[in-house]
Design a protein around this ligand. Structure first.
Ligand SMILES: [Zn+2]
Length: 241
């Protein structure tokens, strides 16, 4: 499926700041063409700080507010917060069911999610056990569970009917087969990332520094593969029946 044909997309990710880093430019292209984009964030982000003066509840609340602000910058409609504890995400039946529920509710043609496997050659901040769990649970939820009515039979009592997703795009590093040119979207993507102030450490409000040192290098490397300045890259998982 071509990005220009997508009318509904769902981003499923682990932590409140993952979507903007991994697929912020892609989401901007989707919302600019009139597609509906919604979010499912699996964890509460509550342990994502080195500041011991705050409680985990306070951190979770701050990060939920930051995420809504970032989503507004990108034109994202709704955010479903699944509320699993940060750093403890596992591919459980309950997590898969919770994602299936959101897939049946939002009915996306395409799901954007993270990489399901450890990427040994990727920078450490791209790799987190929660990322892999979120991705693996999403892939199983997309196929076969969201389509099969007797998967998670308790969901039959809810109003959302089984639904068939067409493709999952998993965030990739060196091995990728889908490159999205996000050169024109980089400035707004950075504005969205900068909404996550609690996560930006010493960079604080310096978007140019963040782009040069943190966010930019992987997008530049991806862009070089396809002849543009900045790209986001994925491995596509077509759902065939
Ligand atoms: Zn993360």
């Amino acid at each position: 499926m071509l990005i220009g044909d997508v009318t509904r997309a769902l981003a499923v990710f682990a932590h409140p700041d993952d979507a903007e880093w991994m697929f912020g430019g892609t989401i901007l292209r989707l919302t600019a063409q009139g597609a509906e984009v919604n979010y499912v964030v699996c964890t509460d982000g509550s342990t994502g700080t080195v500041d011991r003066s705050k409680t985990t509840e306070e951190v979770a609340a701050i990060r939920a507010t930051e995420l809504r602000a970032a989503a507004d910058v990108l034109g994202v409609s709704e955010i479903a917060y699944l509320g699993y504890r940060n750093d403890e995400l596992e591919v459980t039946r309950a997590l898969r069911r919770d994602i299936v529920r959101q897939i049946r509710r939002f009915r996306p043609e395409v799901i954007l999610t993270m990489a399901p496997q450890r990427l040994p050659d990727a920078p450490v901040d791209i790799v987190h056990a929660d990322h892999m769990a979120a991705s693996e649970a999403t892939l199983v939820a997309a196929y076969p569970e969201s389509y099969m009515p007797f998967s998670h039979p308790e969901l039959l009592d809810e109003e959302y009917a089984p639904f068939r997703v067409e493709e999952v795009w998993t965030s990739a590093f060196r091995e990728a087969d889908l490159y999205v040119d996000v050169t024109d979207q980089v400035e707004t993507k950075m504005a969205a990332i900068m909404c996550h102030r609690s996560q930006n450490g010493e960079a604080n409000d310096d978007a140019a520094w963040m782009l040069e040192h943190k966010v930019g290098p992987a997008m530049i490397e991806a862009g070089q593969k396809v002849g543009c300045r900045y790209a986001e890259r994925y491995l596509r998982v077509p759902i065939k029946y």
